[in-house]
Design a protein around this ligand. Structure first.
Ligand code: 5AD
Ligand code: SF4
Length: 443
């Protein structure tokens, strides 16, 4: 980059896949001699890694781009890039609406960020790269290669894209069809991370259970878990997200049998009546989902089950909404991400004429959150007094002198102890339940 300190700042919206993509961009920039900026003012490259899954975060990106206009005016040499799902599906529009953007780089090309940033810095701007040739193998390190930062808990994408076409979802249209990374690639990356201090990995995909289907010689996802189980130095394995349609007996067995695989599954249900599930093109019934939950709970005692729930899908009646709530009461999720339906371009549901008014969608969302909060709190309260293994991952954001750890069931516990325990496994008694997790004490 001519004459300017090579300092970057990445702002991330959306899901864990996006977070992982940001980590990968950071690692690739580091490798080319860039350094993370302490503040935005110090940065000469700002990347906005965006999300399209709902409309609201898209508005937010345009407003942040507006704010960055001043940053850009004061340093015309600096480079402003937009990546992620919005870049992929609305690239031209972004350049038209925010002409101070230098680079629009899509979800298939983001691993070229450093090269594009240097081209833009040399004056070649704007650059629009939203080509869709899928390369799932983008990796922060090859076998034996160093990474600038190997976090204690790392996120490792194993499959990108989605071939499910739920009728509300923009992701398959933006991120393209499923593409699995070769298992050797995944293993090599995890091994490098572990060698440098990572102790827990979360394997990521829009649907990790589709892993391997597009590879000539598999393996299936449960087989991938089994391969990682044997890696010494790795303590915990997590994975997300799982399509309920694709949960197999082999997967349930793998969670039960493999000691490093944590007792937690994120299993988005989306809706609770057969008619809505059918209209959403989800490929399972309420009965099937209930059966799955029973099998998981009987085979893996203490498993935590979390979910995604959407309200206000087109045509959802008040009675269907109530029926869904009753199903969630029966299931008793440990926690849920809750969303009001948002019509998205390219999706079948967006064209329907029976859209639910925004006010009603938000009102249902409020009722759902209230119910689920009570269920989450009750689930946590039942665990008070129990002991749990924690991976201590740092100091608490709030609360002077407290450390923060995660249970195998992915719940947060704050407790008082010396900072030298960060990065170790400890046992704590859960003393107080909250919505966000627990207060605890070392045993
Ligand atoms: N509107 C609202 N929520 C959505 N999600 C996906 N598409 C939409 C949409 N159009 C939610 C789903 C998914 C989560 C990542 O986002 O619940 O599981
Ligand atoms: Fe957002 Fe979905 Fe893209 Fe993730 S995959 S960034 S949630 S649109």
């Amino acid at each position: 980059m001519p004459d300017l300190p090579m300092k970057y700042s990445i702002i991330t919206y959306g899901c864990q896949m996006n977070k992982a993509d940001s980590d990968l961009m950071a690692a690739l920039l580091d490798r080319r001699g860039w350094q993370p900026a302490e503040t935005r003012d110090e940065a000469n490259l700002v990347v906005l890694n965006t999300c399209s899954v709902r409309e609201r975060p898209e508005h937010k990106v345009y407003s942040v781009l507006g704010e960055l206009r001043r940053w850009k005016l004061s340093r015309p040499e600096a480079v402003l890039a937009v990546s992620g799902c919005m870049a992929q599906h609305a690239g031209e529009h972004i350049l038209a609406r925010a002409p101070h953007v230098d680079i629009v780089i899509g979800t298939h090309q983001f691993h070229h960020i450093a090269e594009l940033a240097e081209r833009a810095a040399r004056g070649e701007r704007p650059i629009l790269d939203v080509a869709t040739d899928q390369d799932p193998s983008g990796s922060r390190c090859r076998e034996g290669e160093a990474v600038a930062t190997a976090p204690l808990r790392a996120f490792v994408p194993v499959i990108r894209g989605c071939s499910s076409f739920c009728s509300y979802c923009i992701v398959p249209h933006v991120r393209g069809p499923e593409a699995s990374r070769p298992p050797e690639d995944v293993e090599a990356e995890v091994r490098s991370l572990v060698r440098q201090g990572t102790r827990e990995v979360t394997l990521l995909g829009q649907n990790v259970l589709a892993y391997g289907r597009d590879l000539a010689k598999g393996p299936t996802f449960d087989q991938l878990l089994a391969r990682l189980e044997n890696m010494s130095g790795l303590w915990r394995i997590r994975f997300t997200t799982c399509h309920p349609r694709d949960v197999t007996e082999d997967l349930v067995e793998a969670i039960a049998r493999l000691s490093k695989v944590c007792e937690h599954i994120h299993l988005p249900i989306q809706a609770g009546t057969d008619r809505l599930l059918e209209e959403m093109n989800r490929g399972y019934t309420a009965e099937h989902y209930l059966d799955l939950v029973d099998r998981l709970r009987s085979r893996v005692p203490n498993i935590a089950i979390s979910t995604d729930i959407m309200v206000g899908f087109p045509g959802e009646t008040e009675q269907e909404f109530e029926e869904s709530l009753q199903l969630y009461e029966r299931i008793r999720f440990d926690s849920a991400f809750t969303f009001a339906y948002s019509p998205r371009p390219h999706t079948a549901a967006a064209d329907r004429t029976d859209q639910i008014p925004r006010k009603a969608r938000l009102e249902r969302l409020g009722r759902l959150i209230e119910r689920q909060n009570r269920i989450t709190l009750e689930a946590n309260q039942r665990q008070v007094g129990e002991e749990a293994e924690l991976l201590v991952d740092g100091t608490a954001h709030h609360g002077e002198g407290l450390l923060s750890g995660r249970t195998r069931t992915n719940k947060q516990v704050l407790f008082s102890a010396d900072a030298h325990l960060i990065g170790t496994l400890v046992t704590a008694r859960l003393t107080q339940a909250h919505l966000w997790g627990f207060m605890g004490e070392l045993v």
